[in-house]
Design a protein. Structure first.
Length: 199
């Protein structure tokens, strides 16, 4: 079995594609360009991992879900109708992979502690003070999410980060839309209370 170059080194590639728009990279990757796909992975991998950690509560499950997502995406890139929306498309695949992993967990499985992870990278032009404030805010949000029951955390992440509808969340989690609404309302209240000092 050969190793796919897209899953290789994480250093910034010198391939002339680092400034290419997502749409160009997605189109080239759909045509079999592994370098373009590798650039998409480099560009969005951190966000996908952070999203998966928040959704699953487990760094190990998150890494597995991201790997499964990237394999599925590579195989299905030719079905992407809007190449400019590749990040949202990857997030949709990831949310399904992550929730599949959650369904397979045994009821006695615990949640592995997670390290604070940024959902969005800090802009390179941000000063040290801005970065420190953003890091502290993201760490506080991470703690707030980690304190939620699993269903509430999953509903919050799928709605607030991924933008899924109530029905989509219900389908992915295998619960009713009313359960999603209730869990999301409780999650929002809890997160707002814990994030009060940052308002």
């Amino acid at each position: 079995m050969t190793r796919d170059p897209a899953f290789g080194a994480r250093s910034r590639p010198r391939n002339g594609l680092s400034d290419a728009p997502d749409a160009t990279l997605a189109q080239r990757a759909a045509d079999g360009d592994t370098v373009a796909f590798g650039e998409l992975v480099r560009r969005h991998g951190g966000y996908l991992r952070a999203f998966a950690i928040r959704l699953t509560g487990s760094a190990a499950d998150a890494d597995d879900a991201v790997q499964e997502t990237l394999i599925a995406a590579w195989e299905r890139l030719d079905t992407l109708s809007d190449p400019a929306a590749v990040r949202g498309w990857l997030t949709s695949i990831l949310s399904r992979k992550a929730t599949d992993r959650l369904r397979k967990r045994r009821p006695t499985d615990g949640v592995i502690g997670t390290e604070p992870t940024e959902v969005e990278p800090v802009a390179p032009e941000a000063g040290p003070d801005e970065r420190a404030v953003r890091d502290a805010r993201l760490a506080a949000l991470g703690r707030a999410l980690d304190s939620l029951p699993a269903t509430e955390r999953q509903c919050w992440v799928l709605r607030e980060i991924s933008g899924h509808s109530y029905d989509e969340i219900a389908e992915q989690l295998g619960v009713s839309a009313s359960t999603v609404r209730g869990a999301l309302a409780r999650a929002r209240t809890a997160v707002m209370a814990k994030m009060e000092e940052w308002r």
